[in-house]
Design a protein around this ligand. Structure first.
Ligand SMILES: NC(=O)c1ccc[n+]([C@@H]2O[C@H](COP(=O)([O-])OP(=O)(O)OC[C@H]3O[C@@H](n4cnc5c(N)ncnc54)[C@H](OP(=O)(O)O)[C@@H]3O)[C@@H](O)[C@H]2O)c1
Length: 244
């Protein structure tokens, strides 16, 4: 039987590339987005939905119709600069509704169909680097990671893996960097992310549920992947010290 996958944000950017990679791997893909996928394919079934709207998310399980789903990739997301003290309620809702709530809601609705399958969340390496002007975005990605890792601990019937790409050359990145100084040499291609997704699927058992996979352009042993300034206070000895 043909395997099935659902990819959100499949019309362009990372989602488009991952959808086509899954099709090459033999999957039937349901691609969710507001606009039509840029490159149609007979194995890509478009579901038109605005994931910022509960009413649209609620209709997705019925539109998919399959009894079981092998892979769900929560990918559709947004990003825009906003200083930490200057956000509006609308900014907050816009960022967290799509980047976090939609991921959680779709996973909850589709979980019964995903038993034995794989849930991948496209998060970001931004979850750990406090980029100036991108606090809301970084926070939304950190929320995805910790929420789904708690879900992974509670629900072993579905393997949950959070994917943390560094910069990737996509339409989103072009909108963000317009008029700003940015070294495009740092960027990976969307196909690099699709390559990683294929490996995560192929290695199967080796990657356990609740894992985070960072995607970087180059291996760099010196990169501080946990760069927070961290202190610990020991209640019994009343001593406080810097950990890093
Ligand atoms: N590019 C990077 O450097 C980078 C790095 C790390 C993580 N990420 C993450 O990777 C994911 C994809 O990013 P990308 O760079 O591929 O973005 P992109 O180029 O802007 O593509 C976004 C995709 O999401 C869809 N989408 C946007 N808003 C939607 C909504 N309200 N409802 C349904 N679909 C919606 C878009 O389709 P429609 O407009 O047709 O709806 C499009 O298919 C995001 O979660 C992003 O945070 C990106």
């Amino acid at each position: 039987m043909q395997k099935t996958a659902i990819v959100t944000g499949a019309s362009y950017g990372l989602g488009e590339e991952m959808s086509h990679r899954l099709i090459e791997m033999g999957y039937k893909v349901y691609g969710v987005s507001r606009s039509k996928p840029k490159s149609p394919n007979k194995n890509l079934i478009w579901i038109q939905a605005d994931l910022a709207k509960d009413i649209d998310i609620d209709k997705i399980p019925a539109l998919v119709g399959e009894e079981t789903i092998d892979i769900l990739i929560n990918n559709a997301g947004t990003d825009f600069p906003q200083k930490a003290l200057q956000y509006t309620d609308a900014d907050f809702d816009r960022m967290f509704t799509l980047n976090f709530k939609a991921y959680a809601k779709l996973a909850k609705l589709l979980f019964p169909k995903l038993s034995g399958g794989l849930l991948l969340n496209i998060s970001s390496l931004s979850d750990r680097y406090p980029d100036q002007e991108f606090g809301l975005y970084c926070a939304s990605k950190a929320a995805v990671n910790i929420f789904f890792e708690a879900m992974a601990a509670e629900e072993p019937s579905v393997k949950i893996v959070n994917i943390l790409p560094s910069y990737v050359d996509t339409p989103l990145q072009h909108v963000l960097r317009e008029g700003r100084d940015f070294d495009w040499d740092w960027c990976m291609k969307a196909s690099d992310v699709a390559d990683c997704i294929k490996q995560v699927i192929d290695v199967g058992e080796q990657i356990e549920t609740g894992t985070r996979v960072i995607i970087e352009k180059n291996e760099n042993e010196n990169t501080p992947y946990n760069p927070e300034k961290l202190w610990v206070y020991a209640a019994q000895t009343k001593k406080m010290c810097k950990v890093r």
